[in-house]
Structures are given as C-alpha cells and as structure tokens.
Design a binder for this molecule. Structure first.
Ligand SMILES: *Cc1c(COP(=O)(O)O)cnc(C)c1O
Length: 361
C-alpha cells in the first residue's frame, strides 16, 4: 500500500500521515468489531462517544489545554469563525482590534466590521505582506473586546514568531495552518480556532478552543449554531458533529504522540523548513521575498522572477512526483506547504530537485 504516493505539497487539504490512512483503511468496513464503519455510526452511540472523548482528551493532553477551556469539534470551516468570533465576543465593549497580515485575517477583519467598531491594530499590506509586524508596531486599544490575529499566513508564507502582548484584552487566533506544529501557551488566549484540513484531519472539521468564561455573552441575534455556549453546553453535539473527521483526528494525534508530540514536531518541522530556505537562499535562480524572522515553517513561498520559468519548474516538479507546488493564484510563484505529515525525505528530495533545476536552467 502507498507505493504510488507522490510528495504532495498542497496547502490544504493536504497530506495525512501514511500510517493514519492505512489504519483507517484497515478499519473502514468494520471498526473494531462494531460491524460497521465509523461513517455509518450514530454519533450518540457508545462506540462513537469513545472515539470522540479519546480524540478530545488526546488533543487536550498534546496541546496542554487547561481545564477552564472547552475543545469544540465543529463544522463550517475556519471561515465560519470569522463571523462567530465577533458575534460571541464583541458584546463586552462593542470594539475589537485586528492585525491584518494576509488574506484570511483581512477577510476576518472585513467580516467583523458588520458587528462592531473594528480597528486595524497592525497591517503588513504596505510591503505586500512579506513580514510580521513587531510588538512595538501594534497599535492597541485597551478597550477592545479582543485582539485578533492569524498566526500563520498560508498564502504569503509568513508566521508570527511571538505571541502578541495585549494586556488584559482576550487574544483570538486563527491557527488553521500551524496548529499542532509547535507548543502553544493556551492560557494566553481567549479563543483559538483552526480548520482541520491543513495540519490535523480531512476537511469538514474545525477545532475551536474557547476559554469558557468568555462564552454566553453573544450578540442577541447570533445564530444558534454559531453560539459558543450552545456547543459548550452540548459538548459539540448540539447537532451531528463531523464524525469521520474526528475519528481521523484521533489517529493523527496518536501519530503525533509517537513523534514526540508538539515539542517533537517543532524540531522536525523547523529542520525541514530551514533546509528548504537554505536551498532557496543559496540558489542562483530562486528567491524568497519573505523577510527573515517572519518566514513560515509551514508554507515556504519562492519564485524565480520569471513567470515562464516558474511554470516550467512547477510542471517538471509535478512530473517528478512533487505535486501542488504552484503558488496561490493571488500571488503566483511557488509554494511548498510542508505541514506535519510531510516526511523529511520529501523535503530533502525537493531540495535536490531545486538544486538540479537551478544548475540546468
Ligand atoms: C485555509 C485557511 C482558512 C480557511 O479555512 P476554511 O476551513 O476553508 O474556511 C482560514 N485561515 C487560514 C489561516 C487558512 O490557512
């Protein structure tokens, strides 16, 4: 099994560990003697409840989520949280601060404006989102109901290397593309959310970690399904949760634990990214526009400066078994997404391919 697999550098949905796919495959028609697939089970059954509880407990253990935080397994993607965050949190003062460092934080910022007075606390648009603003550059309002940022900018290839210090204002973070790649001090946050399809599980699951004391003060017209209180009270089972994705998440968390957890993963992913950046920086043809100190360990963007040569690179790479290296349509160039499941070997081989292309063109 798995011999024809490519090195898939997709930004998301993206690679899952081979062990996880094989395990899911072996259990697909009969989950542990239940006589049925996880896809066919009632979410209220004992068998599924155990899958759910185990996944939640493993997540709590791996990311060291304190007991006063609820881990929710929801649907709607990270994008639904762009609305859920202001609806649930802005009621306290009617104001919120946003740091816009890329595409998704910009969408979140625009969406939040429907619900209150939203300030731009920082922006990296002046230099095409090639850097992360420093702490001193954050323009903070102590009256804000929360401060919002996106820890890893999937399209622009930048990543916050520090946790913003915002006083008593609750921190809200979109960690869709770097969650579980490094330790996080969850106690510094009010809400953390992430779509699963980058670093955790198949598309269809959104993990939301909420400090429980912040829930229950949603705007009166908040849709029932977007209220954190609704989902906290029912432990994510107000309606049918994304059962299959939660099961796969559990398998991914077992795999992560075998790799040394998020602490182990931090060293591995940093080594992979460093190897790729070194290869790009020392090449003749390729360059990475992202400033050192702001570069993402998850999404590595690079280009040659010639659209023609970029296209040639992408097509030759695809033929050689390195797929989905084309950059996002809004920025062009190339992007190698090297999430947790990308083996070190995949990055080593890609570096070899880049070096050969650099020599031959
Ligand atoms: C992919 C992505 C999103 C959008 O996620 P959906 O689950 O498709 O809504 C939001 N934020 C970040 C940082 C992303 O990488």
């Amino acid at each position: 099994m798995g011999t024809d697999r490519v090195f898939n550098f997709s930004a998301g949905p993206s690679m899952l560990p081979l062990e996880v796919l094989e395990r899911a495959g072996s259990e697909i028609t009969d989950y542990q003697g239940s006589g049925m697939s996880v896809m066919e089970m009632s979410h209220r059954s004992k068998v599924f409840q155990k899958i759910f509880d185990d996944a939640q407990a493993k997540f709590r253990r791996l990311l060291k989520v304190p007991e006063d935080y609820q881990i929710l397994f929801l649907q709607g993607g990270a994008s639904t949280q762009f609305s859920a965050v202001p609806l649930n949190l802005i009621g306290r003062t009617g104001k919120a601060d946003y740091a816009v460092t890329g595409n998704f934080s910009n969408i979140a910022y625009k969406e939040a404006k429907k619900y209150g007075e939203i300030r731009l606390a920082a922006s990296s648009a002046d230099r095409d989102h090639t850097y992360i603003p420093a702490q001193e550059q954050l323009d903070l309002d102590p009256q804000a109901s929360y401060f919002y940022y996106c820890s890893n900018n999937t399209i622009y290839g930048t990543e916050w290397q520090y946790v913003p210090q915002v006083g008593d204002v609750p921190l809200v973070c979109d960690m869709s593309s770097d969650i579980l790649s490094r330790p996080v001090d969850v106690s510094k946050y009010g809400v953390i959310f992430a779509g699963a399809q980058k670093n955790m599980a198949p598309a269809g699951l959104t993990v939301v970690i909420v400090k429980k004391e912040l829930a229950g003060r949603e705007l009166p017209y908040t849709p029932l399904m977007l209220g954190y209180k609704t989902m906290i009270d029912k432990d994510s089972m107000y309606n049918t949760p994304p059962c299959w994705c939660i099961y796969i998440l559990g398998l991914v968390l077992d795999w992560l634990e075998s790799k040394g957890g998020v602490e182990g993963m931090e060293a591995i992913k940093h080594g992979k990214a460093q190897m790729l950046y070194d290869t790009i920086d020392s090449s003749r043809l390729f360059h990475c526009a992202v400033e050192k100190g702001s570069r993402s360990d998850m999404n590595v963007v690079f280009r040659t400066g010639s659209d023609e040569l970029d296209a040639k690179f992408v097509s030759e790479a695809t033929a050689a078994g390195f797929t989905n290296l084309k950059g996002h349509r809004s920025v062009g160039g190339m992007r190698a997404s090297i999430y947790n499941a990308m083996p070190v070997e995949g990055v080593e081989k890609l570096c070899g391919f880049i070096k050969a292309f650099d020599k031959n063109n």
